[in-house]
Design a protein around this ligand. Structure first.
Ligand code: NAD
Length: 281
């Protein structure tokens, strides 16, 4: 009975509109321009950075990649952020995570000018998010809310269970779900009796990085399931959800790949353009 929530198709639809917006900005002599700082050699990060670059090119956005070596010192990374903050030609910047051990990633995020914070991860923008007066939001969380709205899936009064409490997915999604008047539970690695909690969810979101964590007996009949996980198993990309079995119980479900991933990249691009427009009034 499942219906697939086609994140890829929705991202492409949004992409058409964004391309038009970028074209209009270019007609006014403005080209959105953002920078990704990647420190070290994490193979997944390198793929994500390239995926963003391809999407940016498709949208007409300039993306510079600052690839820093694995032994980069904290001061060197901070100096680069300061330089990009001060450069009026740069509309946005982000640090690709994870960073190597010697780097205090939180301190880097804190140093980004909140007006150029395309990821919505500076303390100022996280504060705005929880206060309900945000301008940029972490892209994955924003993408999930937009996808559910696109498919006209109501959230008001619904029990939403989010598995995962990271700063980039679980926590910001909880803030946005509350804003939609959902009743939100966040579960995590120390949660007891996970299945009993997830079974109460009208909308279940998993963002753990644990392949096949969510089994069919943890899901209520007719639930909406959103799978954020990206895990490599036997050379294949899979989510957190045991898709083939779980889909039999759901009313809607996102696939991996082709679900949340494309929306994350698209909403990052949307943030770049939003900030560019605001900086140029
Ligand atoms: P993270 O490692 O920072 O956080 C994982 C969270 O999952 C933690 O809060 C932890 O408590 C919880 N968790 C781990 N094992 C658990 C278990 N057995 N039971 C319950 N909770 C458990 O990860 P993250 O950065 O939030 O990313 C999570 C996953 O989502 C990863 O697979 C990542 O690749 C993926 N991701 C995908 C997108 C996308 O666009 N699709 C974007 C960001 C992250």
């Amino acid at each position: 009975m499942e219906k697939i929530l086609d994140g890829k198709a929705f991202a492409n639809l949004l992409g058409q509109n964004l391309k038009e917006k970028v074209k209009k900005l270019k007609d006014e002599g403005i080209t959105p321009h953002f920078c990704v700082i990647n420190i070290g050699d994490d193979p997944a990060s390198k793929i994500y950075v390239r995926t963003k670059k391809r999407r940016a090119e498709k949208m007409g956005i300039i993306q510079d990649i600052y690839q820093m070596s694995a032994d980069t010192k904290q001061e060197e990374a901070l100096a680069l952020i300061d330089k990009l903050n001060a450069d009026p030609a740069i509309n946005g910047l982000m640090v690709q995570l994870p960073a190597p051990k010697q780097i205090d990633a939180d301190a880097l995020l804190e140093r980004i000018d909140p007006n150029k914070d395309v990821d919505g991860l500076t303390p100022a923008n996280i504060g705005h998010l929880w206060m309900g007066n945000h301008f940029v939001e972490p892209a994955t969380a924003e993408g999930i809310i937009a996808l559910l709205k696109h498919y006209e899936i109501p959230l008001e009064g619904k029990n939403v269970v989010i598995i995962g409490r990271s700063n980039i997915v679980g926590k910001p999604l909880a803030a946005l779900m509350l804003e939609q008047n959902a009743t939100v539970t966040i579960a995590h690695s120390r949660t007891k009796n996970l299945g009993e909690i997830t079974k109460k969810a009208d909308v279940l979101v998993s963002a753990t990085g644990q392949a096949f964590l969510v089994k069919a007996d943890m899901v209520k009949d007719g639930a909406v399931v959103v799978d954020v996980g990206m895990n490599h198993v036997d050379g294949k990309l899979v989510g957190d959800v045991d898709f083939d079995k779980v889909k039999e119980k759901t009313s809607y479900i996102t696939p991996v790949p082709g679900g949340v991933g494309p929306l994350t990249v698209q909403f990052l691009m949307e943030a770049v353009v939003k900030l560019t427009r605001r900086q140029n009034k």
